[in-house]
Design a protein around this ligand. Structure first.
Ligand code: HEC
Ligand code: HEC
Length: 382
């Protein structure tokens, strides 16, 4: 790892950067050749590194070189479950369908308590719609000059540049905290409903209650604010665009010449100001990780360390052993459930039921592990 005499921190970590999803500072004015060789952490911004530390990120050099062996390599199964992102070009988007009407039903049972009637938000929970997205997109340039003037409305319909984020967000993160419990069809239905309350259209057709949203139609959604973001961070030129944009302080409002003094005119520095941290710079804003390995030696891959009976005792017994739910060994109770077929049994367990079985029993385990617990229960009544 290269050594720098001085650490760089650019004083223009404007809060606005965060809202673009680029956290950190620009490097536009850093000494030529130095910052350029340091690792790019978020694809757009280079951070100088010294002793394995960057400002403001921490780089664990040993983890990169493979010297520390914390944890274990994720299993294929875990990769598969985590790798659920949906891209604007449709990568990762499954087939499925749903109507706004069906979406409303799911919304009323699983979302309304937080996101309010028709997605109106409230109580600290974000609104998902505020009315006609095409009209309200225009408010994004509003400045709130006085308390009673209308500021920008930022909700999915008016603000988000891509609909794929919505699909993925709902599938992966909602309903809080029962994440990943919705079927693909339910997600399509919810997206249709959210498009409906945002008064949006697809290909010139209004998304009304009966509108059947499927994969093909989903990929035709054009978000009102799709061109509203700069710099363009997508594609191969993304990092270069970001650097160019943030190297011009006029694009985001520059630092006051003398921050301590009140100022009415010529308050901004014409160029980005570079702040050098003196006296050796930051050295301990992240304590170094211990390289000691205290894990047991045996093979600790997911499959072999998973104890089915223990998992049952920890996650299921509080209902299934207390009379609140069918107990292992209770043939009469399990027979009709098993008669549905194992696939249905797994599915009902994973997605939860209206009769009181929470999705995956509320347990934090992979679907494969959950299924093995179900297999264990079934084995007690065979
Ligand atoms: C227990 C409360 C709760 C429930 C229930 C819930 N959400 Fe959320 N939702 C949240 C919170 C909190 C956030 C903000 C998370 C954040 O910004 O980090 C959020 C954010 C969202 C967002 C992103 C909004 C934005 O503009 O940033 C969407 C979309 C969303 N939820 C959809 C849903 C849907 C659809 C359901 C029902 C299936 C649902 N939520 C159920 C609490 C909830
Ligand atoms: C909060 C209570 C609760 C917890 C915790 C819980 N269950 Fe259940 N479960 C129920 C109830 C109530 C039923 C019966 C209603 C039903 O069949 O949906 C049920 C039913 C089931 C069914 C049958 C679903 C069907 O209808 O086809 C399976 C399978 C199941 N549970 C597995 C598990 C497993 C495995 C765990 C632990 C990982 C677990 N449950 C944890 C309450 C719970």
């Amino acid at each position: 790892m290269m050594k720098l005499d001085k650490k760089l921190l650019i004083s223009l970590c404007a809060a606005t950067l965060l809202s673009f999803g680029v956290s950190g500072c620009m490097d536009g004015a850093s000494p030529a050749g130095s910052a350029a060789k340091t690792p790019s952490i978020d694809g757009g911004v280079m951070y100088p590194v010294q002793n394995g530390m960057t400002g403001p990120y921490h780089v664990n050099e040993k983890a990169h070189s493979g010297a520390i062996k914390f944890g274990r390599t994720p299993t294929e199964e875990e990769y598969e479950e985590w790798n659920s992102d949906v891209m604007p070009d449709g990568t990762g988007l499954p087939e499925g369908q749903g109507t706004a009407e069906e979406g409303e039903e799911v919304y009323e049972s699983k979302c309304v308590m937080c996101h309010g009637d028709f997605g109106s938000g409230g109580g600290g929970y974000p609104a998902l719609a505020k009315g006609n997205a095409y009209e309200l997109q225009k408010t994004l340039t509003n400045q709130r000059l006085k308390p009673d003037t209308d500021g920008p409305v930022r909700v999915f319909g008016t603000y988000w540049p891509q609909a794929s984020t919505l699909w993925w967000y709902i599938k992966d993160a909602m309903p809080h905290p029962m994440t990943d419990s919705l079927s693909d069809d339910e997600v399509y239905a919810l997206v249709a409903y959210i498009l409906n309350v945002n008064e949006m259209e697809i290909d010139g057709v209004e998304v009304d209650e009966e509108y059947v949203l499927d994969r093909e139609k989903f990929l035709k959604i054009k978000m009102p604010n799709r061109d509203g973001f700069e710099p363009k961070i997508d594609g191969p030129n993304g990092p270069e665009n970001v650097r160019k944009y943030f190297s011009n302080p006029d694009n985001f409002g520059a630092q006051k010449v003398k921050p301590s003094e009140r100022c009415m005119t010529n308050c901004q520095e014409p160029t980005a100001k570079v702040v050098y941290i003196q006296n050796g710079g930051i050295s301990d804003f992240h304590p170094p990780l211990s390289a000691e390995r205290s894990l047991p030696k045996e093979d600790n891959s997911a499959a072999s360390s998973f104890d089915v009976k223990q998992a049952y005792a920890d996650n299921c017994a509080m209902c299934h052993d207390t009379g609140a739910a069918p107990a292992p060994g209770d043939k009469a109770a399990w027979k009709p459930l098993i008669a549905q077929g194992m696939d249905t049994l797994y599915k009902n367990g994973i997605e939860g039921t209206d009769l009181g079985m929470p999705p995956m029993g509320g347990a934090s385990m992979t679907k494969k592990q959950f299924k093995s617990v179900v297999d264990y229960i079934v084995s007690t009544v065979k």
